[in-house]
Design a protein around this ligand. Structure first.
Ligand SMILES: [Zn+2]
Length: 256
């Protein structure tokens, strides 16, 4: 029984030189499982290969990332929709709306997000949501589809207390907390202190957003322990208890 890294892009080329080693290091440290979000058509084969090589450790998701939503999004989605019929995935992800990089595709991003939320209902799978500068747009689409029909994770949660309270109203959503919570000027510790630990799942988003003291380096699943330690401080709980509760939260949202 160990930690679950609920968001990890270990198939990316950043790990081509030492992927197996880094998996061993994570497993030896007590990382029990990693959940692996897709990005777009170009990442599917690599993601499947990773998960096929480590069926007891790495579990794939399927979805189109908002920053990959372009004019061809309908054809990308149709490939993904057929893959969802052919093999098991633990979630629809990662999906959502990102207005930080590009605002010009907002209507396409909204449409792709809505379509994929509807898949999650049809397939009875959770969703993993990426939101950047777009909480109100994301909430609008969720409210349109029906929050009571959805469950999932707000990956790399970066919102305010009022965003958090709105998410709590949805019922079955967790907040994905990663390295950002360890950053010196992050408001996240005060924000998540306003919610119960049963709403928290841990993630790395490897190779991105490494926790202190690894900032500026490549992130990897092993470093989830730094985030877990910080979350233990925020909730004034033993690390062991954080492992147990966040593991249980993860199993509840992804495998129930
Ligand atoms: Zn991601």
């Amino acid at each position: 029984m160990g930690l679950i890294d609920t968001h990890c892009h270990l198939y990316l080329e950043e790990f081509d030189a030492d992927r197996e080693e880094r998996i061993l290091a994570a497993r030896d440290s007590g990382v029990e499982m990693i959940l692996v979000p897709n990005v777009d058509l170009s990442t599917i084969d690599r993601m499947h290969e990773l998960c096929d090589n480590h069926p007891d450790f790495a579990v794939p998701m399927m979805g189109l990332h908002p920053t990959s939503v372009d004019t061809d999004y309908v054809s990308q989605l149709s490939v993904m929709e057929s893959l969802l019929q052919t093999r098991a995935y633990c979630a629809i992800g990662e999906i959502g709306i990102d207005l930080y990089w590009d605002k010009t595709r907002l209507s396409e991003q909204k449409a792709a997000f809505e379509t994929q939320l509807r898949w999650s209902i049809d397939l009875d799978l959770p969703v993993v949501i990426h939101t950047r500068d777009a909480f109100s747009e994301v909430f609008d689409v969720i409210n349109k589809v029906g929050p009571e029909r959805l469950k999932g994770v707000f990956h790399s949660f970066s919102g305010t207390v009022s965003d958090l309270k709105e998410i709590e109203q949805f019922g079955d959503f967790k907040l994905g907390i990663g390295g950002v919570v360890t950053y010196k000027n992050s408001k996240l510790p005060e924000v998540i202190a306003q919610t119960d630990i049963r709403h928290i799942v841990l993630e790395t988003d490897s190779p991105y957003l490494p926790p202190v003291p690894f900032r500026g380096k490549r992130n990897e699943p092993l470093y989830i322990w730094e985030t877990a330690a910080k979350v233990a401080m925020i909730y004034e709980m033993e690390l062991e208890k954080i492992v147990k509760i966040t593991r249980q939260n993860s199993l509840e949202v992804f495998f129930k």
